[in-house]
Design a protein around this ligand. Structure first.
Ligand code: IPE
Ligand code: IPE
Ligand code: MG
Length: 245
């Protein structure tokens, strides 16, 4: 951890956890075994981020597109999510971690939704780290939903068209309570965003690694954070402007 400057941590890390299936194939196992091992990586990365002092961690766990996977895989992922939430509740409370979700969780089976809402509620007073699971999440759906809410607010006279700014548009997104990610990590050697946080990633630093999600360790996380700390975030300015407060 000595290679990480703890005064310059990313406030918000978002992760596209990819490669469970390929990990399973590589180890001559079924895809479900890859997802199980992936859930262990989730446990580890949540712990590591909390220990490091990360304030916001957002994990892409299930996309709207993932509903189109074979039914057996989808239902195995639902059970795995339920098991994960049940087994982690105690630790989340011990470590002051608050669970939130973004996405269309109404599409989830009643049983899964119940465990999910229960965990969200039972951790709602925690504030040490906000862990957000993106579930049945799609970035374009999120933007379309937000536009609909804006239209409704205009129609019902709560706001005028001229009131809408890029700052307050963010309040209509699922992530209204969460700052934009500073660092986006994607595992498994894919170089795409796959419909994740399209609006919010505008100025995130992107970090890609070939490591498959089930092999992603605390060391891998530290590598990503150390890499992030070498970057200069200019936000469209020139270097000289950045040192001036
Ligand atoms: C990521 O691993 C987990 C989910 C998308 C739910 P994948 O299942 O996408 O693994 P690969 O991409 O097939 O290796
Ligand atoms: C992105 O992974 C979604 C999650 C990690 C939940 P996918 O495996 O679904 O993405 P694509 O299909 O390779 O773009
Ligand atoms: Mg994948």
């Amino acid at each position: 951890m000595e290679r990480i400057d703890e005064t310059r941590l990313p406030n918000h890390i978002a992760i596209i956890m990819d490669g469970n299936g390929r990990w399973a194939r590589k180890n001559a196992l079924r895809r479900l075994a890859g997802h199980r091992k992936g859930a262990d990586s989730v446990r580890n990365v949540v712990r590591s981020c909390r220990r490091l002092g990360i304030k916001f961690l957002t994990l892409y766990a299930f996309s709207v597109e993932n509903w189109q996977r074979p039914e057996a895989e989808v239902s195995a992922l639902m059970s795995l999510l339920e098991d994960y939430l049940r087994s982690e509740l105690q630790e989340m409370n011990d470590k002051d971690i608050r669970l939130m979700t973004i996405g269309d969780v109404d599409r989830f089976p009643g049983k899964t939704r119940k465990v999910l809402l229960n965990t969200v509620e039972k951790t709602s007073k925690n504030s040490g780290m906000i862990l957000t699971l993106a579930l049945s999440y799609g970035g374009r759906d999120e933007i379309v939903e937000s536009v609909k809410k804006v239209v409704r607010d205009i129609k019902e006279g709560r706001i005028k068209e001229s009131d809408i700014t890029r700052e307050n548009f963010s309040n209509y997104l699922y992530t209204s309570d969460i700052p934009d990610p500073d660092l986006l990590i994607r595992t498994s050697g894919e170089y795409r965003v796959s419909n994740f946080l399209l609006w919010q990633l505008a100025y995130a630093e992107l970090y890609f690694t070939d490591i498959l999600w089930p092999d992603f360790s605390e060391e891998s996380l530290f590598d990503a954070v150390a890499d992030y700390q070498k970057r200069e975030r200019r936000f469209g300015l020139i270097s000289d402007q950045l040192s001036v407060d």
